[in-house]
Design a protein around this ligand. Structure first.
Ligand SMILES: Cc1cc2nc3c(=O)[nH]c(=O)nc-3n(C[C@H](O)[C@H](O)[C@H](O)COP(=O)(O)OP(=O)(O)OC[C@H]3O[C@@H](n4cnc5c(N)ncnc54)[C@H](O)[C@@H]3O)c2cc1C
Length: 410
């Protein structure tokens, strides 16, 4: 559970820590890192811009890249209890017909769990052993000291900007160019209790200028209904009617999903843009970017949170080996090892976006022809390789420390 405490109390608690770490952003990445560091006896100061936890809930499909972090924090069983297996994935044509159903669970089982969970439930699970946070707090300046929005200031050995895709903390750091891909699409996100006959089935309809996805979490399904931004100005009800007209074969489960979008008085509208920072480490300020602040993802491969937790786990485990003297070298090594992994997953999401977010019946037909012949293993190949090749953070950190020791001796 997240406990809201005064910033001064958090600063007091960490006074004697081996490393004084500040984490800005109590989201998926920030909380994963804070909880991991707490298992090592550290007291990272965690701050969150929002006055309380009231983030619009949405569904997350989590790849096995998250398992090591959850196991290290000691909450993997809670995670399985609060999530739903995502065993099967169905691809539907632009007319709504199911073209193929793949056994994703079996494909990924070799590497771990593939689960659907509400974002709020994930944050509950990650903080099950307790996690202090100061809500309503941001960083306003990073110089010798960090200055907070409350006017308080303090020095830290490491600042972690984990404040999401629109990170403001990133703007205070020197991380080079921050580039973005804007698909020109957006989508409404909402929930439905109509889980259907197969509660472990995720489904996606890739249409002509529209996209409808249904993703199971525990006891309900998350829904995403998207299209080109200009087309969405007609509003959710009219857009849902357009989907029904162009895809008459969607069946009762997807029909209920459209009803849910229509019935939601204020569905969350998600603009489909991403972000990539040129550098993750600002050595001068001893600061790093983590999660979406470093590489924010398009939703196409469903792996943004998976990679954010992967990066947080790598960083947290590597920091277990660091002290003030070796910190800079360990951070540089973390960036060297982790950044290419995350960026290759992001490139995969960008590539899939060029397939998915396209208008035109001919494009839809070509996409469906390709999806008929391609195996899901081939489509997911790059992601599966990333999962299979998750690096060993302890080996990475100790190699750096050994190299430093050898350099000192020579
Ligand atoms: C609708 C939707 C569906 C998604 N589905 C999937 C999926 O199926 N699978 C998947 O792996 N990923 C998915 N993602 C992506 C995933 O949610 C993100 O990649 C992940 O949440 C990144 O974690 P983060 O901690 O970096 O950012 P966030 O989880 O966004 O957390 C950032 C936190 O920082 C806080 N903050 C912002 N500014 C400041 C500031 N200045 N100071 C302090 N705090 C601040 C925010 O309030 C927030 O709490 C989805 C995203 C969305 C929006």
């Amino acid at each position: 559970m997240l406990t809201d405490i005064a910033l001064s109390e958090q600063l007091d608690a960490q006074r004697d820590d081996r490393l004084r770490i500040l984490i800005a952003g109590a989201g998926v990445a920030g909380i994963t890192l804070a909880s991991l560091l707490r298992t090592q006896g550290l007291h990272p100061v965690l701050i969150e811009r929002m006055p309380r936890m009231e983030h619009p809930g949405y569904m997350l499909a989590l790849m096995p890249t998250v398992d090591p972090a959850l196991k290290d924090i000691g909450v993997h069983d809670e995670y399985l209890a609060r999530s739903s297996p995502l065993s099967r994935y169905a691809f539907r044509s632009h007319r709504g017909r199911t073209l193929r159903t793949d056994d994703l669970g079996a494909l990924l089982a070799l590497h771990g769990d593939y689960q659907g969970i509400e974002r709020g439930a994930l944050l509950d699970v990650l903080t099950a052993r307790g996690c202090p946070v100061s809500f309503g707090t941001t960083i306003t300046a990073v110089g010798g000291d960090v200055v907070f929005s409350s006017g308080e200031r303090s020095a830290f050995d490491l600042i972690v900007a984990a404040d999401g895709i629109h990170s403001r903390t990133r703007d205070l750091l020197d991380v080079g160019e921050v580039s973005t891909v804007d698909t020109g699409w957006a989508g409404w996100v909402t929930w439905s209790d109509a889980v259907g006959d197969d509660p472990a089935l995720g489904e996606e309809l890739w249409g002509d200028g529209l996209f409808l996805g249904v993703y199971p979490v525990k006891d309900r399904v998350g829904i995403f209904l998207g299209g080109p931004v200009d087309d969405l100005t007609i509003g959710p009800s009219a857009f849902a009617a357009r989907v029904r007209e162009s895809a008459p074969g969607i069946g009762s489960r997807l029909d209920s999903a459209l009803d849910a979008v229509t019935a939601d008085p204020d569905p969350y509208l998600w603009p489909l843009t991403d972000v990539r920072a040129e550098r993750w480490v600002d050595a001068g300020r001893s600061a790093v970017l983590l999660g979406d602040a470093a590489s924010g993802f398009l939703p196409t491969a469903g792996i943004g949170a998976g990679m954010a937790m992967d990066s947080a786990w790598m960083l947290g485990r590597m920091l277990a080996h660091a002290d003030r003297a070796s910190l800079a070298a360990v951070l540089a090594e973390w960036e060297r090892v982790e950044k290419p992994r995350v960026e290759s997953a992001q490139s995969n999401s960008r590539l899939l976006a060029t397939l998915m977010f396209r208008r035109g019946k001919v494009v839809a037909w070509l996409r469906e022809t390709a999806m008929r012949v391609m195996t899901v293993k081939a489509v997911l190949g790059p992601i599966i390789r990333l999962i299979a090749e998750q690096p060993d953070p302890d080996a990475a950190a100790t190699a750096v420390l050994r190299r430093r020791a050898e350099a000192r001796l020579s």
